[in-house]
Design a protein around this ligand. Sequence first.
Ligand code: NDP
Ligand SMILES: O=C1O[C@H](COP(=O)(O)O)[C@@H](O)[C@H](O)[C@H]1O
Length: 364
Amino acid sequence: MRSSEWSYRSDSFWSNDNVAETGCLSIIVLGASGDLAKEKTFPALFHLYCQGFLPPSEVHILGYARTKISDDELRNRIAGYLLGERSSSPSEDVSESLKLVKYVSGSYDSAEGFQLLDKEIAMHEISKSSQEVSSRRLFYLALPPSVYPPVYRMIRKYCMNKSDLSGWTRVVVEKPFGKDLDSAELLGSQIGELFDEPQIYRIDHYLGKELVQNLVISRFANRFFLPLWNCDNIDNVRIVFREDFGTEGRGGYFDEYGIIRDIIQNHLLQVFCLVAMEKPVSLKPEHIRDEKVKVLQSVLPIKDEEVVLGQYEGYRDDVTVPDHSNTPTFATVILRIHNERWEGIPFILKAGKALKKGRYTCSI
Ligand SMILES: NC(=O)C1=CN([C@@H]2O[C@H](COP(=O)(O)OP(=O)(O)OC[C@H]3O[C@@H](n4cnc5c(N)ncnc54)[C@H](OP(=O)(O)O)[C@@H]3O)[C@@H](O)[C@H]2O)C=CC1
Ligand SMILES: O=C1O[C@H](COP(=O)(O)O)[C@@H](O)[C@H](O)[C@H]1O
């Protein structure tokens, strides 16, 4: 492929073949009481609302979790975050968007909770039936992967879209997909038995970050970089994630997984792949995936002496963390790739919580 075909064209790079759909859209955030929902999912929905992608005549948003709170309590939590000191969201937009939000409390494995959820969704679908009728249901799992299996089953059994209406049911799952190969394969087969592949969306939100998206463009559309990107010109690559805050009540999820599964195995490894992979045949997702897989297959076994683990002081003071936890909150690991381009070059991946400075960098 000629390099001119790689030049950045927002239309061809980002566009998809989706035809605009209309009718009732229900977005259900499971784990709505949690950190991801508050800090990422609801703010993302708010920005979509502000850009006109979530018209109130068609859309409603339901939060679901075990915590017993009212609609207003959930709305206040979200508003508190959206109107916090780091935000410049206009308060009228926030209060208008929050009118779309309701909350249902229930457990992740009880028929009762999911029947109630289904009833609530159906009620909104009926109330919006003056619009073109359809039932589009998007379930977003802002939950630890340990609760995915019962949730898949409950959605499948009680909450699928109504087949007499046009539309669909889709499920969005967050990283990490399991704790190890066995649990990842098990999760994959469990969801695969209940939903078809086009219904399943797996997310790593680092792939949506500007820096990460620009990496592909810089590497393959920039003729200056193309001949330099190899072990003759690069001495080492450092991919670093630092957070200046700790688990802050997320110990329930974090302690079971640790920093390697929470950050390195997914976010940093994705960046690693984009830096190290060969040029894909095209920018189609499957072509990029194929090149990432080849790089991962060329990584040499990690040496013990090239790994450092640590836990920040005070981690165990978090009430959601077990008193004797040995879970790492910091890790550095050196990856080495056995191929012509990268022979001998260390890729240093480092991630830590509760460090002095918060920042995310990729230095080459
Ligand atoms: N936080 C973030 O910025 C990001 C998180 N993620 C991923 O999202 C998922 C959730 O993360 P996050 O929101 O931070 O985690 P939280 O610990 O905040 O968990 C989310 C919610 O899940 C429920 N929950 C927590 N632990 C358990 C448990 N052991 N069993 C059953 N329910 C539980 C709680 O709701 P309740 O008790 O009310 O039911 C909680 O509010 C993880 O897979 C994480 O990797 C991905 C990207 C970013
Ligand atoms: O996936 C996760 O990411 C966040 C950090 O995301 P960022 O976009 O704010 O950099 C991290 O705090 C969390 O532990 C992890 O699960």
